[in-house]
Ligand binder design. Structure first.
Ligand SMILES: N[C@@H](CCC(=O)N[C@@H](CS)C(=O)NCC(=O)O)C(=O)O
Length: 202
């Protein structure tokens, strides 16, 4: 299988963590791919017309995107503990948390493009502030529930680790820890997992 990734990408990191957690990383060739919303990439566009990473080419040459679909597919390829709980309230809590953390990441990646890619004269401060409200609103929900999270590192928790790692990597000056003591403690703990340590953004 070929997984298009970038070591800075928090969405690709979801799949990279899941592969390491479930023991299938050796079956995946990670292909470093540079992406930018303003640069064409015909190779990637053939695999994902949205020209985003991650994108997966399976062993049977199927093309899969986006990160949530890729993660759910990879989770079918092993016989161990499932990262996507099979059924019931646990499944929907994990899926809802994945939706929340994906939404936070979408807002954070858009802020990154606005602040690093868009020409300075065209930047829109209020728009960035609007995205930040979504990010910190989402963090508030994660903070409120973090104490009740099970020890299972499910897809929602993987998403949360990718969010916090990305904020440290791109927006350290936003100091998310100052208002989120439970998430701070949880993230300190989870950062020592080999899957999380091996995929730290760079
Ligand atoms: N919803 C997508 C988002 C993926 C995404 O935005 N990836 C970024 C890199 S972190 C990207 O490829 N950006 C290029 C672009 O927006 O054109 C997913 O879950 O995979």
């Amino acid at each position: 299988m070929k997984l298009r990734i970038n070591k800075a990408s928090p969405f690709a990191r979801k799949a990279r963590i899941l592969a390491r957690e479930t023991g299938i990383a050796g079956r995946i060739e990670e292909v470093e791919t540079t992406v930018s919303p303003v640069t064409a990439n015909e190779d990637l566009a053939r695999e994902n017309p949205l020209v985003k990473i991650p994108a997966l080419v399976t062993d049977s040459e199927e093309l899969l995107y986006d990160s949530s679909v890729i993660c759910e597919y990879l989770d079918t390829l092993h016989g161990g503990r499932k990262v996507f709980p099979a059924a019931g309230p646990q499944r929907f809590a994990a899926l809802r948390r994945q939706a929340l953390t994906d939404g936070i990441l979408e807002a954070a990646v858009l802020c990154r493009y606005e602040l690093a890619v868009r020409p300075e004269t065209l930047r829109w401060k209020d728009w960035v502030e609007g995205q930040k409200r979504k990010i910190f609103g989402g963090l508030g929900v994660l903070e409120a529930e973090a104490d009740s999270w099970s020890g299972d590192f499910d897809i929602g928790q993987i998403g949360a680790a990718c969010v916090l790692g990305y904020l440290d990597f791109r927006f350290a000056d936003w100091e998310w820890r100052s208002r989120h003591p439970r998430l701070t403690a949880w993230y300190k703990d989870v950062s020592s997992r080999p899957s999380v340590a091996a995929t730290a953004p760079s």
